[in-house]
Write a new protein. Structure first.
Length: 128
């Protein structure tokens, strides 16, 4: 959630990594404006304005539509089945847990689609 405080120790324990590694990741996320780092206050999830959020969703729509076009052009029957299953799971999750379920399914959707493209990077920064 926007504004949520991110505690280095807790993050390190949750991911099984050192605070040093967590700091490195937090710095990178701050550079990408995903989080905000404040001296003596620590890290928190960024709080974008409505216009900033709209810009992000517009950019995602452009990128995702191009990726989907590439996927469909190269997809094999199994790839289409995986996509169909993901859409079905997303619809079920959305009806059971309105936003949390949808986000969980979307995190699995992107790497599967990109892996099917074969020429795309294997690690997609999921924005969920």
């Amino acid at each position: 959630m926007p504004g949520t405080k991110l505690v280095e120790d807790k993050l390190g324990q949750a991911f099984g990594v050192s605070r040093t590694r967590i700091r490195q990741v937090l710095i990178r996320l701050a550079q990408e404006q995903v989080i905000t780092l404040r001296p003596n206050k620590g890290a928190s999830v960024a709080e974008p304005t409505v216009d900033e959020a709209r810009e992000v969703f517009e950019a995602r729509a452009v990128v995702e539509s191009v990726l989907m076009q590439r996927f469909v052009a190269r997809a094999k029957a199994l790839d289409l089945k995986i996509l169909s299953d993901c859409i079905d799971a997303e619809e079920v999750a959305g009806s059971e847990l309105p936003m949390r379920g949808v986000q969980a399914c979307r995190c699995e959707e992107h790497p599967g689609l990109l892996a099917a493209l074969r020429s795309a990077p294997r690690s997609w920064p999921c924005t969920c």
